[in-house]
Write a protein that binds this ligand. Structure first.
Ligand code: 5AD
Ligand code: FES
Length: 363
């Protein structure tokens, strides 16, 4: 087998190389982290960008087997934030020079939902003199819907593939048309065609998932040529079907370590993309997100969801920041980011450099 040092000196990586990086321990793991950190600073610099996260509704038509707000979980109180609440959170982001917000919700596709999101996009743009960047994370939609939302002001879209291995995707979703792997793939293509900066990602440490699957995930991200990635550890949730497999899971610490190695390996594989430090990291380690920023991530999403709703947006157990208010979160984050040796890109959209390079190539 190749030595880690040899692999780290390369610019192209095979599946076997990536498996080797994901399995690095002790000094070798340290070498991987140092290489990723250096590549990050050399390519996207030391700046970290804020995206204020507004989880504006937990009403979901889907039943993903891992997710705490799945349709069949009757323990969740369903909510929909009002326009005023959503605009208030966005105003906070704008006034505090966050640069951008992410509007996230459960997945619905009714005409009323599509229209509401459209209206919100226009209202946020108007409120902020078009200064606030908007990322959407509202699941699978038709091309018309994606197009309409793009025209109304969303310019980035997050839609995680969750696992790029079809077999594993099927194991963690119900077997029906509403949860088809091909549909998810198609949506990612549609988003690109509409002109969005496209982000996707996977969960790490899922039951039945192997290191080879994760290496495939990394190659999938590269092949899809995505602009942004958000990926974090899978964390079990008591009220979901996947909870039955919890005895097969790696320890949380192992899943956390693997997630960091995924972030570092991805930074080497796709040096100029935006990589988010996933909130799920912080559910395992109180400074988990800062650790990810240090070794490759460059985006963080402080939670701006109105506090009353947060406990009803528990995708997984121990989700952090349940009762922190937005201002507190910001102070806390600032201190932490400085600790991680980075600086904050205040008032900037912090677009993916990769996206602009991609545009130049196709011009
Ligand atoms: N553990 C970790 N991440 C989860 N997500 C949903 N449920 C879980 C879980 N149990 C992630 C999915 C989804 C994103 C919004 O949250 O990857 O795309
Ligand atoms: Fe939310 Fe610190 S990040 S309180």
């Amino acid at each position: 087998m190749k030595k880690i040092k040899e692999i780290l000196a390369q610019t192209e990586f095979s599946k076997a190389d990536l498996v080797c990086l994901l399995q690095a321990e002790r000094e070798e793991r340290q070498l991987l982290f140092e290489a990723a950190q250096a590549r990050k600073v050399a390519t996207v610099g030391k700046k970290v960008f804020f995206r204020g996260l507004v989880e504006f509704s937990n009403i979901c038509a889907k039943d993903c087997l891992y997710c705490g707000i799945r349709k069949s979980n009757e323990k969740v109180l369903r909510y929909e934030a009002t326009d005023d609440e959503i605009l208030g959170a966005c105003r906070f982001a704008w006034e505090n020079r966050f640069g951008s917000v992410v509007l996230q919700s459960g997945e619905l596709s009714s005409p009323a939902f599509v229209k509401r999101v459209d209206r919100l996009l226009q209202a946020i743009k108007k409120m902020s003199n078009k200064e606030l960047g908007i990322t959407l994370s509202c699941g699978e939609q038709t091309k018309e819907t994606y197009q309409r939302w793009f025209e109304s002001g969303a310019h980035r879209y997050l839609l995680r593939i969750e696992s790029s291995t079809p077999d594993l995707y099927h194991k963690i979703h119900p077997q029906n048309d509403l949860h088809a792997y091909e549909k998810r793939q198609d949506c990612l293509k549609l988003l690109k065609e509409c002109g969005y900066q496209v982000g996707t990602g996977v969960m790490i440490g899922l039951p039945f998932q192997t290191d080879e699957d994760l290496a495939e995930d990394l190659l999938f991200l590269k092949k899809l040529d995505v602009d942004m990635v958000g990926m974090g550890p899978y964390i079990e949730h008591e009220d979901t079907p996947l909870y039955a497999y919890r005895s097969q899971l790696k320890t949380k610490q192992e899943r956390f370590d693997l997630a960091l190695k995924m972030v570092a390996s991805l930074r080497l594989l796709m040096p100029d993309i935006n990589i988010a430090a996933a909130t799920a990291l912080q559910a395992i380690d109180p400074v988990g997100r800062e650790k990810a920023l240090k070794i490759g991530a460059n985006v963080i999403m402080p939670n701006l969801t109105p506090c009353d709703f947060r406990k009803e947006y528990q995708l997984y157990e121990d989700k952090p920041c349940l009762d922190e208010d937005a201002a507190l979160c910001r102070n806390c984050l600032e201190a932490r980011i400085e600790l991680a040796g980075s600086e904050i890109g205040y008032g900037e959209w912090g677009d993916s450099k990769h996206f602009y390079r991609r545009q130049e190539v196709t011009k």
